[in-house]
Design a protein around this ligand. Structure first.
Ligand code: FES
Length: 346
């Protein structure tokens, strides 16, 4: 076959660098380089000990995970440098599980790189499908196996085996679902808020007077009495509230005006999409923005969703003031806070 007219073929006057050969020689494998462990028995023993050390690390991680899972206080809270207050139970489970997996991974990789045979092997490509005779032979083997096991002639065994294998995974599934904690309906319906509780700043815990809330400001608020030492973190997260003061004339909903105090309104801080904290308040537009997927809530319209994937307004907390002028909750939330879920309408 002639390649004279190929656009990439050599032409008179072409520079040397523009020439593309018709085909490339197979350069083969580069020369094999022996590793330290291939030539030095002491290095091989050292590598062996290192691999065993990684596996030992995994064993320690797994045992520590089991001990923590069954014996650690699930509500233990502690301060981790650089992160802040954390649920120690989850932290320890995560770290020990990571060690357990990491030890195996590192051990296997190190083993394969230092001790396992690393000679290059070349296998020519061939047709992947087996030939007709081999496939026929495979079918015959299966048929013979079925025949000799008598499974087709004994439906009782066939169906009970099917049931046993089908149900085999059920305990694993039950355990998996059972370990996922309470259903969201039970968990998100109740928050720490109750009638008469003062609104305090998060994290300082200072009660807030209505007179201190200026227009355009936003406060991150918790119920008085909640604290990290006595209450689990999720309790605090569920009770988080944003407090803002609007011009009362800007408020477009009667219920919202009634549930607030002289233009001060309080809304759950947990996004109704999948529960991120809604933390960005745009005081010119009165929009609250969730940084996770950009759901935007209009505070002048009872925090209804005007953009993004959230489907429900943020729940409002009804507030008033006590005789000393401090803002208080008139009642707890009247609807579950946080993400929507399948049972919410039930
Ligand atoms: S969690 Fe807020 S938009 Fe997704």
């Amino acid at each position: 076959m002639s390649h004279g007219s190929h656009p990439l073929a050599r032409h008179e006057g072409d520079s040397h660098h523009d020439v593309v050969p018709d085909h490339f020689e197979n350069p083969g494998h580069p020369p094999h380089v022996l590793r330290w462990a291939d030539v030095d028995p002491a290095a091989a023993r050292r590598a062996e000990r290192q691999v065993a050390g990684f596996f030992l690390l995994s064993i320690i991680g797994t045992l520590a995970f089991i001990v923590a899972y069954f014996w650690m206080d699930q509500d233990a809270v502690g301060t981790v440098p650089g992160i802040g207050a954390q649920n120690l139970y989850h932290l320890v489970l995560g770290v020990t599980m990571a060690l357990s997996l990491l030890g195996i991974g590192l051990g296997v990789v190190h083993w394969s790189k230092t001790l396992m045979d690393d000679h290059e092997v070349t296998e020519e490509r061939h047709v992947l499908a087996s030939d007709a005779e081999t496939r026929r032979g495979f079918g015959d083997t299966i048929a013979e196996g079925l025949e000799s096991s008598q499974i087709m002639r004994r439906p009782l065994i066939k169906y009970t085996l099917g049931g046993a294998l089908g149900l085999f995974a059920l305990p694993l599934g039950i355990q998996l679902v059972g370990s996922m904690g309470p259903l969201p309906r039970n968990d998100l319906e109740e928050t720490f808020w109750d009638k008469g509780m003062r609104l305090v700043t998060d994290p300082d815990g200072i009660p807030i007077k209505a007179a201190d809330v200026s227009k355009g400001s936003v406060f991150h608020v918790l119920p008085e009495g909640i604290n990290e030492a006595e209450h689990p973190l999720d309790e605090k997260a569920k009770a988080s509230v944003l407090l803002m003061r609007l011009n009362p004339d800007d408020i477009q909903s009667d219920k919202q005006r009634e549930w607030g105090y002289e233009g001060i309104v309080a809304y759950s801080k947990i996004c109704t999409h999948v529960g991120c904290p809604v933390a960005l308040y745009e005081q010119q537009t009165h929009h609250l923005l969730c940084p996770c997927h950009q759901s935007t809530f209009d505070v002048t319209q009872d925090c209804k969703v005007i953009f993004g994937p959230a489907k429900r307004p943020l729940p409002q907390l009804k507030i008033s003031v006590d005789e000393e002028g401090y803002l208080t909750a008139d009642q707890g939330f009247t609807e579950p806070v946080g993400p929507s879920y399948w049972e919410r309408e039930l």
